[in-house]
Design a protein around this ligand. Structure first.
Ligand SMILES: [Cu+2]
Length: 148
């Protein structure tokens, strides 16, 4: 391979890389850690899922919907104070800030698994889809942890 040819190939590869970066979607810039679903007592109608989402891009990523393999519906929930009591409420979106992170955790933002189609037992695995505002979807798996 001569020198000119090598330069052309390097240029071509650089173009591919930058095209890829331009086409980056939200789901590609998010990593999820510590995902888990607490086990549910027999016949429980609903469950909940917790996880940490990190955004490695320079743009906010906005989580707008979710789905799971074990429930009819998955909703994003937060908590609000109502007449001195904390209660949970559906939220339209969860922003994962550029370069930052968001925790879905007990007592905070969380994901509700509504209309469970099975009891969630320790060592089961739940497939969860995270849908972002650009339409991209990230698929993760969360283990079920036993009741403590
Ligand atoms: Cu909730």
């Amino acid at each position: 391979m001569n020198w000119i040819k090598a330069r052309l190939i390097a240029l071509f590869v650089a173009c591919l890389v930058s095209a890829g970066a331009g086409a980056q979607v939200a789901s590609d810039s998010i990593t999820v850690t510590d995902a888990y679903v607490p086990a549910t007592p027999p016949g429980a109608p609903n469950g909940v899922a917790f996880m940490t989402l990190r955004n490695h891009s320079g743009t906010d990523s906005i989580l707008v919907a979710a789905n799971s393999s074990v429930s009819k519906v998955a909703e994003l929930h937060g908590h609000e104070s109502h007449q001195g009591m904390m209660r949970m409420r559906r939220v339209a979106q969860v922003v994962v800030p550029a370069g930052g992170m968001v925790k879905l955790e007990s007592g905070g933002l969380h994901m509700m698994l509504i209309g469970l189609q099975q009891d969630l037992r320790p060592h089961n695995r739940v497939a969860i889809g995270l849908v972002f505002s650009d339409g991209s979807e990230l698929h993760i798996e969360a283990p079920v942890h036993g009741l403590r």
